[in-house]
Design a protein around this ligand. Structure first.
Ligand code: TMP
Length: 208
């Protein structure tokens, strides 16, 4: 049987990493073979593209270049890692997928529908079985990131408040568009309360 493809989305500082660890632990405790991965990244080539994308010194990068690099990293990740593993029955837990490009490049950078078109080419229209969107206001998210000890802000996190607000609006639009796939979760709740909601959906998906 093919594995399940799960993605976690959210603005910077929404608590994705904490919840991803909890999802992984939970599914392993249920004897599921689950592989943790991230975007941009997940393969050697995609991780190299990630370095280019997040390097704060790459100030000249244009919005279209950025969109294409994210899409390139995604194709490589999908073809080299995600699809072969799903086909062999393993489940994939990805920190971000195409929704991030729609929110950040489509809404944040203002590239609009072009982003969905390019990503259709990059993914052949493949999308996760379920997506958890951790909903936290951009102000609260960026404040959390800044408060983290030893955290160096990357090129995207350094963007203006208005950019992060547009990204957030993009996520809201995606939630409305894909009601079946995207579970919106109030990420201002405690870690345990957020996970309790996620767990409910996972139990349904895996049939526990
Ligand atoms: P991360 O900090 O969650 O690892 O994500 C890296 C940054 O890249 C984050 O600021 C969101 C951004 N991003 C995009 O702008 N477009 C994308 O398609 C992806 C996957 C991430």
């Amino acid at each position: 049987m093919r594995g399940f493809f799960i993605s976690v989305e959210g603005s910077d500082g929404s608590g994705k990493s904490t919840q991803i660890k909890k999802i992984e632990e939970y599914l392993k405790s249920r004897n599921q073979e689950i592989l943790l991965t991230r975007e941009p990244g997940g393969t050697l080539i995609s991780e190299k593209i990630r370095e280019l994308l997040l390097d704060p010194t790459n100030k000249e990068m244009t919005a279209k270049t950025e969109m294409l690099l994210y899409a390139g990293a995604r194709t490589q990740h999908l073809e080299e890692f995600i699809l072969p593993n799903l086909q062999q029955g393993r489940s994939i837990l990805s920190d971000r997928f195409t929704d991030s490009s729609i929110a950040y490049q489509g809404f944040g950078r203002g590239l609009g529908d072009m982003v969905a078109e390019v990503n259709y080419i990059a993914t052949g229209g493949i999308s996760p079985d379920i997506t958890f969107f951790l909903d936290l206001s951009p102000e609260a998210g960026i404040a959390r990131k800044k408060a983290e000890v030893d955290h160096t802000m990357d090129r995207l996190e350094l963007e203006k408040q208005e950019f992060h607000q547009r990204v957030y609006d993009g996520y809201k639009a995606l939630c409305n568009l894909h009601e079946q796939r995207i579970c919106r979760i109030d990420a201002s709740q405690s870690v345990d309360a957020v996970f309790a909601e996620i767990k409910e959906s996972l139990d349904r998906l895996f049939g526990f």
